[in-house]
Ligand binder design. Structure first.
Ligand code: ADP
Ligand code: MG
Length: 729
């Protein structure tokens, strides 16, 4: 009898919602309570310091030591007033999470006591050991030392009584070892490129910002059940488990009533988000049982990404208060939907114009078309790279697995916009945009705003969809750092816009009018990027064939997908935009391959252990009970009767034997395959070996285990079953 399973199931089913301590005030009162934002700066900093700091932040300037000292003093006071005892540089190494090393504020006061101390030097820079973080060999060749440096564009905040300072993380030799550094570079680059193009339409534009609104999907599992599933604890997903008789087929979970335990959790999380300045706005059930989503109001991309990483930490913490565990893995359960993190992305000028939104005048709309078409061109040119930017061992269970976006990047534009683009191609005339006096243009780009207002035709099968005033990059994984996708996308678009600007300038210098130059160049791009445009069903097999014909990247093996980072066109794009050096790209791919291998390796070990030490002993024990039964039958009945009575048990015994020996054999072969893979020294080849030779055993072993789950006495089965894991009362 599996004591543990029954105990945890009982615990989980008896749990009641935890009451949330409601703040006395409205959210607007406690919003950003733990953030050192401009209001707190104003309150805690001398007025000159405040002015200089805000000026540096707004104009993307660096700050000197003197200013840093003054800022640090005020910041320390604010932090201590709000209960902080420690401070940490908070950065985003090339792992799934964030990193922090806490130091206390205390220093000797020289009189045998201590005082609280925090200087500008400590605020601005620290030296964590780079060799303890993934670095793809960069630290071997040079020095182990790494630097973290304050990113003044992201406000510091307090989490768990610790002052957290968002920082970049670079090696002694200046190579980035994190996600934030290249993200800031990409944002800088797209700002420059897009501003130059936006100036064609409004010479007053000084900056273009990139915006990100992520939608975070996740699963919740009761903590007792979780603790009884070593696969969930160690890999974040279930490596076995027969489908529940009921899962999502009734479609009764999506937008359904939220269970009270979950509602408490969501409320608590929302309050924490708001206190930490994360503008959480939407929450709802998702398609799969136990699956939910949280989305904030969109923000400038760097800040939005910090907030997503902070959210993932807060979720883990708040979940534990409610006796839940959060699963951010892309595919925690087979047979039900996986989780993604849609990245809603747009560009907007410092004058408040969203560049992917149609406007009121023909020129506004020409600007809109200009930016949309350049995005198409960039996504087309770098479709393989964009896929690489969201590829991982975990997201591979979702992409191309016939539910989430396919492992081919294409763009959904919707019928109105598609028609518009066709028209631009087919009607080769400047009339399209000719403005006579203040009149609307003839063939009327100005119709777009009216039509697009209601552009809600969504295509859930598209990995990259235009949704009215933004693009939605839907293929991003739920556990991913959005920066990876945002770096590739913003950099690719920057490169494209730089090219475009050059081409327009060249045409103008040859005497073409701006409008003619723009229209002609856009026509070239629309024609060129046609293959990326696909409004049909992305899950269909015909699309895979068609996409290959169109020359889109159709690779499905993650270690090979990563190669796109090192293609000539990627290297050219990343170096010309200043986002990555070639050396950084090479180092990062080493990390990607290594991480891929390690994830599959860990899963293989856990699977082997569970199969041999949890499942097989139980199956064998059950088999022997059946055998006992047959002996007893034989001792009581004559031969014919015995045969008749024992026939079911005999059949079952044979089936169990069959699966037991299959599992033994497959686990042994998998271990062999692992050994062979481990002996390969090249990281890429090793990762490919894990993909090609180790991974295929997972499904085989799982198949037999799941069959056994259906045969073995329910009372003996050791691991919580899907039907127990997936339905929160
Ligand atoms: P849906 O699930 O229908 O896609 P949601 O409301 O759940 O829509 O999420 C939409 C997300 O897109 C939100 O985070 C929202 O803030 C964000 N968003 C809306 N407009 C923009 C924009 N122009 N740029 C970036 N993100 C945006
Ligand atoms: Mg969405």
């Amino acid at each position: 009898m599996s004591q543990l399973r029954f105990k945890v199931v009982e615990e989980a089913f008896n749990r009641k919602a935890i009451e949330v301590k409601m703040p006395q005030e409205n959210p607007s009162k406690y919003y950003a309570k733990f953030v050192f934002n401009k209001a707190k700066m104003y309150q805690y900093l001398p007025s000159k310091t405040y002015k200089d700091l805000v000026d540096a932040i707004d104009n993307k300037r660096s700050i000197n030591r003197e200013l840093a000292d003054s800022v640090a003093a005020g910041m320390k006071q604010w932090a201590i007033d709000n209960g902080a005892r420690h401070y940490t540089h908070w950065f985003h190494p090339l792992t799934d999470g964030t990193a922090e090393k806490h130091d206390s504020f205390i220093e000797h006061d020289g009189k045998g006591g201590v005082l609280e101390e925090f200087s500008g030097k400590l605020l601005v820079q620290q030296e964590p050991d780079a060799s303890s973080f993934p670095n793809g060999g960069i630290r071997n060749t040079f020095e182990a030392r790494g630097y973290s440096a304050w990113d003044i564009s992201s406000p510091v905040f307090i989490m768990d009584n610790t002052l957290c300072i968002p920082t970049i993380f670079i090696s002694y030799t200046g190579e980035s070892l994190d996600y934030k550094t290249p993200l800031l570079r990409a944002l800088n680059s797209v700002d420059k490129a897009a501003t130059a193009v936006a100036k064609f339409f409004d010479p007053e534009v000084r900056h273009v910002n990139s915006f990100l609104g992520w939608e975070q999907e996740y699963f919740l599992v009761d903590e007792s059940l979780y603790s009884a599933r070593p696969d969930l604890v160690l890999t974040g997903r279930t490596l076995m488990g027969h489908e529940s008789a009921k899962n999502q087929q009734l479609e009764d979970h999506y937008f359904g009533a939220i269970p009270s335990r979950v509602e408490s959790f969501m409320l608590d999380l929302e309050i924490e988000c708001h206190k930490h300045g994360i503008p959480a706005k939407t929450r709802h059930n998702e398609v799969a049982p136990n699956q939910f989503e949280l989305a904030p109001i969109f923000e400038e991309t760097n800040l939005a990404n910090d907030h997503n990483l902070l959210l993932m930490s807060l979720m883990n913490e708040v979940a534990r208060r409610h006796n839940f565990r959060v699963l951010l893995h892309e595919k925690p359960f087979a047979g039900v939907n996986g989780s993604g993190k849609h990245n809603n992305w747009s560009l907007g000028t410092d004058k408040g114009v969203l560049l992917f939104a149609p406007g009121k005048t023909p020129m506004d709309n020409l600007q809109f078309i200009t930016f949309i078409v350049n995005v198409m061109a960039a996504v087309h040119r770098h479709n393989g790279l964009l896929k690489a930017s969201i590829a991982s061992a975990t997201n591979a269970h979702r992409l191309g697995a016939n539910e989430a976006p396919p492992a081919i990047i294409s763009m959904f534009m919707g019928s109105q916009l598609s028609e518009m683009l066709n028209r631009m191609l087919n009607e080769d005339t400047d009339e399209l945009i000719a403005i006579s006096g203040k009149e609307r243009m003839k063939l009327n780009l100005s119709q777009i705003p009216e039509i697009l207002v209601d552009n809600t035709d969504r295509n859930r099968t598209s990995p990259f969809a235009f949704t009215g005033n933004r693009f939605e990059f839907r293929a991003v994984g739920s556990s991913a750092n959005c920066a990876s996708a945002m770096i590739a996308l913003n950099a690719a678009v920057a490169e494209q816009l730089f090219d475009f600007k050059e081409k327009i300038d060249a045409r103008i210098s040859k005497g073409e009018t701006l409008i003619h130059a723009l229209l002609q160049e856009l026509r070239v791009l629309i024609q060129l990027s046609k293959p990326i445009h696909f409004d049909g069903n992305g899950y269909s097999d015909e699309w895979k064939v068609e996409a290959a014909k169109r020359g889109l990247d159709c690779e499905v093996c993650p270690p090979k997908i990563f190669d796109s980072y090192l293609s000539d066109s990627s290297i050219k794009m990343f170096t010309s935009t200043g986002v990555f050096s070639e050396r950084e790209l090479i180092a990062r791919n080493e990390v990607k391959w290594e991480t891929y291998t390690k994830k599959v390796q860990i899963e293989a070990r856990v699977l082997g252990d569970l199969a041999l030490n949890h499942v097989l002993p139980v199956a064998t024990r059950y088999q022997s009970i059946l055998l006992d039964n047959i002996f007893k039958i034989k001792s009581l009945f004559d031969e014919n009767k015995s045969k008749e009575l024992a026939s079911n048990d005999m059949e079952l015994i044979e089936s169990i034997s069959y699966h037991i020996s299959r599992i033994r054999k497959d686990v042994n072969e998998m271990v062999e395959a692992r050994k062979n893979a481990n002996s390969i020294s090249d990281e890429k080849e090793k990762a490919i070996a894990y993909h090609d030779n180790v991974l295929p055993y997972f499904d085989k072993i799982r198949y037999s285990i799941d069959k056994l789950e259906l045969m073995v006495d329910n009372e003996m089965w050791p691991l919580p079953k899907y039907r127990e894991l997936l339905f929160i009362r």
